[in-house]
Write a protein that binds this ligand. Structure first.
Ligand code: ZN
Length: 138
């Protein structure tokens, strides 16, 4: 996928092909939303796809995701973050490992852009590292 850093880029929903619209977090999460802004599929809620923005910007964190993929990405992040939170690697090293492991460029090495399949792979590879680390340690 080509990325385009222009401000007015049109973001399409990968599920239904409609345009995503920048909305307040409350549009999806209600009044108590702690999320500032989201790109939401214009067919929401029939199409339950959205993605947050990088704080303080209108730049999406990744591609729009449905609830299943959103959950997968959260799980993948959790598994991956264990690596640097346990100080097995620094955060930077962990990202470099991820890039190397999956042959990604820096631009691609964002879990927000990951597909279901890539999330699955990251969870698996991260847990191997963590299991090995625990075996050596205990
Ligand atoms: Zn959609």
């Amino acid at each position: 996928m080509k990325s385009n850093r222009k401000n007015n880029k049109i973001i399409k929903c990968p599920y239904c092909g409609r345009t995503a619209v920048l909305r307040d977090g409350s549009y999806v999460y209600g009044e108590k939303s702690r999320v500032d802004k989201l790109y939401v599929c214009s067919n929401y809620p029939e199409c339950n796809a959205y993605v947050g923005v990088i704080p303080g910007t209108n730049i999406p964190k990744g591609t729009l995701a449905d609830s299943e993929l959103r959950n997968k990405r959260i799980k993948a992040h959790r598994a991956f973050d264990e690596i640097w939170k346990n100080k097995i690697m620094t955060r930077n090293e962990a990202y470099n490992w991820m890039k190397f492991q999956f042959g990604l460029t820096g631009e691609q090495a964002h879990i927000g852009n990951f597909s279901d399949y890539m999330c699955q792979k990251l969870i698996k590879e991260s847990s191997i590292i963590i299991d090995n680390y625990k075996k050596v340690r205990y």
